[in-house]
Design a protein. Structure first.
Length: 282
């Protein structure tokens, strides 16, 4: 199936990044938000990212102009009616995802592909909430989307061969490197990453070292671009806690269980960079 027009549900941190790379790749891109303020904030985020890229010499002025020309923001689901693919990047809430899928299916064509950017929910379960489970799949992008090359392509039990091939080709067309990931909690990256982050918190609680020394040990000793605590603050402690709970519920393995300190910090509102306080203060 040929993709010409891309719809994106949600213009938050992930949705705006997905919309930006789709528009930059030459696709007519329509991003939908729940209200004018959220839509305008998302478009402003994209505009600033591109302006910063031009200032740093990483984006040409012509590329910025073409990207913005391909991009439209809206609050109306009906504006997605001509989309060939609609990528959902809203809150990780099953009920809210089901509701938006139902609204989208009322306006898009039967052949339109629906996709979720979920980092933790079951793609087969999400597909079953639609009338097109064969034309549903997962594309898990990574933050920041314009810079991170990886996309996990997740196939539901019901995803057709054609849909899966189309999603892989689409990810490649965005300048990304797709990998096939199983429809299991955490997919590939978070399945390996989250236990590592949780172990870092446990060992910190046991007195292994300071936050700073553990981070420095992993960056200088193992060549990681970020230490575990810097990465936790970047990803969001609340996000990590949410994913860990889903993985523990699925597998019931101690390595996926959130440490007590993580739970307490989330309850205290220390979610990392976005709240200006996590393992570090910003």
């Amino acid at each position: 199936m040929e993709i010409r027009t891309v719809g994106v549900l949600g213009c938050g941190l992930m949705g705006s990044g997905i919309a930006q790379v789709a528009a930059a790749a030459g696709y007519k891109t329509i991003v939908r938000e729940v209200n004018d303020a959220a839509r305008d904030a998302g478009i402003a985020r994209i505009t600033k990212f591109l302006a910063d890229g031009v200032a740093k010499g990483k984006v040409t002025d012509d590329a910025r102009t073409k990207t913005l020309a391909n991009l439209t923001g809206t609050t109306q689901t009906s504006e997605l009616k001509n989309c060939d693919i609609v990528i959902e990047a809203i809150v990780e809430n099953l009920a809210e995802k089901r509701a938006i899928y139902q609204a989208v299916e009322e306006v898009v064509r039967p052949e339109t592909i629906l996709v979720s950017n979920t980092s933790s929910l079951c793609i087969t379960e999400l597909a079953s909430a639609t009338r097109r489970p064969d034309r549903f799949g997962g594309l898990h992008f990574f933050n920041p989307v314009p810079l991170m090359k990886l996309v996990e392509v997740i196939r539901a039990l019901t995803t057709s061969d054609e849909t899966n091939q189309t999603l892989t080709a689409f990810a490649t067309s965005l300048g990304k490197d797709p990998i096939a990931a199983p429809d299991r909690p955490g997919f590939i990256v978070n399945r390996l990453l989250v236990p590592y982050l949780l172990d870092a918190i446990r060992e910190y609680e046991r007195g292994l070292g300071t936050v700073e020394d553990i981070d420095k040990g992993m960056t200088l000793g193992c060549g990681h671009p970020m230490g575990p605590f810097t990465l936790l603050d970047f990803v969001g402690l609340d996000t990590t806690y949410y994913i860990a709970n889903i993985m523990f519920e699925e597998f019931r393995e101690p390595r996926f269980a959130p440490p007590p300190l993580l739970k307490r910090m989330v309850l205290a509102g220390y979610h990392g960079r976005k709240t200006k306080r996590g393992f570090y203060t910003y």
